[in-house]
Design a protein around this ligand. Structure first.
Ligand code: SF4
Length: 302
C-alpha cells in the first residue's frame, strides 16, 4: 500500500458540555478520574505520543502519510478556553494540522481569530434553526437556546479572517427535526461538507426515527446531495482513531455495550495502547476515496 494521505487522531478531550442533547454520545467511563487536559504536562506528553503514531503506522503498514491532524472534539471544547488555546498552539508547534467540532456557543473574537489562524477546518453541530426544536433537543443552556444566527455570523467572520478555512456542518436527524428544512441555513453558511446522521436507537428512545423519516429529511435537502455525507454503523466501527478525555484510545466496536478502552497512552506509550484496541487499518483506508482525499473523519459527536 503506497497511498499518501493524512493521519487523523480525534481527541475528545472533555465530555463537559453546556448543552444536554437528548442523543448525546459524549460519555465515557472515567471511573471518577480527572480529565487529562487539566494537566498541561500530561497534555503535552499525550500530544507527543500520538504524533509518534504517524511513524509507527508508516513502518507497520508500509505506507506514507502526508501529515497528522489532531481533530478536537468534546463535549464542547471551547468551554475551557485557556486549555483549548494551549492544546491548539501546542499541537501546531508539534507539527499537527488541527481541526475541531463545536456547538458554537462559546465563540468570541479571540477564539475566532485563534481558529482562523490555526485550524484547517471547523465543524459546527446544528440540528435545527428552530428555537422550539433546539429547546426540545436540549441544545440550550439554562433556557438560553442555541443561536443559529450567531453561528452564521461567526462563520462569515471566520471566512473574513481566513478565506481558506473549511467549514463543515454536523446534523443529527431525529424525531424532532426530521421534517424541518435547513436549506436556508446551509445555503447561507455554504459548508464544504454536511454530515447528516440518523440518530441511533441507543441514543435515546425519545428521538429515534425510522428509515422513512430519515429519507424525508434527505429528500427535502436533495439540492445539497453533493456535500451531504453519511455512513452506516459498520463503517463507523473500528475505523476511527479516537482518544477519550482520560487519554485512552477507545472504540465503539460494540455499540450496545459501550466502549472498549486501552490503558492511558501517557502511561504505556502509544504503540502498546493502540495494540489494545481493535483498530482496523483497512477500514481506516476505506475513508479515502479513489482520489485519496479524506471522505470523512468526524465521528458522531457534539
Ligand atoms: S451532542 Fe454535542 S452539543 Fe449536544 S450535549 Fe453532546 S456534546 Fe453537547
Amino acid at each position: 500500500m503506497h497511498n499518501t494521505f493524512e493521519l487523523v487522531i480525534n481527541w475528545h478531550f472533555t465530555e463537559a458540555c453546556n448543552y444536554a442533547c437528548d442523543f448525546c454520545f459524549a460519555k465515557w467511563d472515567k471511573q471518577g478520574r480527572k480529565e487529562l487536559f487539566h494537566d498541561e504536562c500530561l497534555t503535552d506528553k499525550l500530544l507527543d505520543e500520538v504524533f509518534e503514531l504517524k511513524t509507527i503506522l508508516e513502518n507497520e503498514q508500509n505506507t506514507k502519510f502526508d501529515g497528522v491532524r489532531l481533530n478536537l472534539v468534546g463535549g464542547e471544547i471551547f468551554l475551557y478556553k485557556a486549555k483549548a488555546i494551549h492544546i491548539i498552539k501546542r499541537a501546531k508547534s508539534y507539527g499537527f494540522r488541527v481541526s475541531a467540532i463545536t456547538n458554537g456557543s462559546r465563540l468570541d473574537a479571540e477564539l475566532l481569530s485563534l481558529i482562523a489562524e490555526n485550524l484547517d477546518w471547523i465543524g459546527f453541530s446544528v440540528d435545527s434553526t428552530n428555537h422550539k426544536t433546539n429547546l426540545i433537543i436540549g441544545r440550550s443552556e439554562k433556557n438560553k437556546v442555541m443561536d443559529t444566527d450567531k453561528v452564521c455570523s461567526d462563520i462569515h467572520a471566520l471566512r473574513k479572517l481566513n478565506t481558506e478555512i473549511d467549514i463543515k456542518i454536523n446534523t443529527v436527524v431525529n424525531s424532532n427535526n426530521f421534517n424541518e428544512d435547513l436549506s436556508g441555513f446551509i445555503r447561507d453558511v455554504n459548508p464544504s461538507k454536511w454530515k447528516v446522521f440518523k440518530v441511533l436507537p441507543s441514543q435515546g428512545y425519545a428521538s429515534t426515527i425510522t428509515d422513512t423519516m430519515f429519507s424525508v429529511f434527505l429528500d427535502k435537502h436533495s439540492d445539497f446531495k453533493s456535500i451531504i455525507a453519511s455512513e452506516d454503523n459498520n463503517e463507523m466501527m473500528d475505523s476511527y482513531i479516537m482518544v477519550d478525555p482520560l487519554g485512552r484510545f477507545f472504540q465503539n466496536s460494540n455499540l450496545t455495550d459501550g466502549y472498549v478502552y486501552s490503558h492511558p497512552i501517557v502511561e504505556i506509550g502509544v504503540k502498546k495502547a493502540l495494540s489494545q484496541i481493535n483498530f482496523s487499518f483497512n477500514k481506516f483506508l476505506g475513508r479515502y476515496n479513489i482520489n485519496e482525499k479524506l471522505i470523512d473523519t468526524v465521528p458522531r459527536f457534539t
